[in-house]
Design a protein around this ligand. Structure first.
Ligand code: PXL
Length: 277
């Protein structure tokens, strides 16, 4: 039987993020994505203009119908939310559908480069931080790790040249682990012209190192989390899947920057998907 994951995220017409990334990546990695769209957007919110169809009032139907139809999931994977109330619905969904083998991955999408996404506010972030506590794996970027751990982002990145910068981040991440079996994969740690991704569990810290091209691209966090999600469902350990995700992003970003690009448009990942098969 094919493994299945409920994927709770938005559908954006441009930006190669959220469900656009998750559906492609889970599929090529042999996991059936079952989309539960939190919102439908003309494009992700980093562009100058966007229009968002907020599905908060529809979201509960998914849990209700999927219960009636006796559906079950090997993974539950959440990302971008269109409001605070959606986080209650996701919490409820996890309670209903989690079984002993289910991998719950929460990508606490809130912010990047020290700034909240335009549709987010402090109340949504507070709830999102609560939601991370129920996850087996969380995949914050460095800004989101700071929000979860109540660390000042600007103060932290001002230490990027310190030789113990990665140790400082390890300590922050280790302290943010909310229960014994939780693992954290942190994306987008910039230092000395490289991008590091970190994996943290109660007794392990591990970093991957990739070349840094440009600053940040739309959707890279979603591609990263989707690879981690499919890999975890396929029984692959997090240190290995973070390595795979780092190499995949490095390849796709190197290809993207060969020509003029707009960071909002995301990266050329489609032509490398076969490498994840
Ligand atoms: O990739 C994060 C993300 C997901 N979904 C939407 C976004 C963003 C980041 O800006 O706007 C709609």
């Amino acid at each position: 039987m094919i493994k299945k994951a409920a994927v709770i995220n938005d559908l954006s017409g441009f930006g190669k993020c959220s469900l656009t990334a998750a559906i492609a990546i889970l599929s090529v990695m042999g996991v059936q994505p079952c989309p539960m769209p939190t919102a439908v957007l003309t494009n992700q919110t980093g562009y100058k203009n966007h229009y968002c169809i907020d599905l908060t009032n529809e979201l509960h139907h998914y849990g209700e119908m999927w219960t009636k139809n006796n559906e079950s999931f090997d993974g539950i994977y959440s990302g971008y939310v269109a409001g605070e109330k959606q986080i209650d619905i996701i919490t409820d969904f996890i309670l209903k559908f989690r079984r002993s083998h289910t991998i719950v991955l929460v990508d606490p999408v809130m912010a990047d480069n020290g700034r909240l996404y335009s549709a987010y506010n402090a109340d949504i972030c507070k709830k999102m931080c609560e939601l991370t506590k129920s996850a087996d794996i969380i995949t914050p970027n460095l800004t989101e790790l700071c929000i979860i751990s109540e660390t000042d982002y600007n103060e932290l990145i001002s230490k990027a040249d310190d030789k113990n910068y990665l140790d400082i981040i390890s300590d922050i991440a280790q302290n943010a682990i909310s229960h014994r079996d939780q693992q954290i994969a942190v994306t987008g740690i910039n230092k000395d012209g490289f991008v590091y991704n970190g994996v943290f569990s109660k007794d392990e810290s591990y970093f991957t190192k990739s070349k840094q091209y440009g600053n940040s691209f739309s959707g890279t966090g979603d591609i990263f989390s989707s690879i981690i999600c499919a890999s975890a469902i396929n029984g692959i350990k997090l240190t290995d899947s973070v390595q795979t995700a780092s190499r995949f992003l490095e390849t796709a970003i190197a290809d993207t920057v060969k020509e003029p690009y707009n960071r909002n448009d995301g990266i050329n990942f489609e032509k490398f998907l076969y490498q994840l098969h």
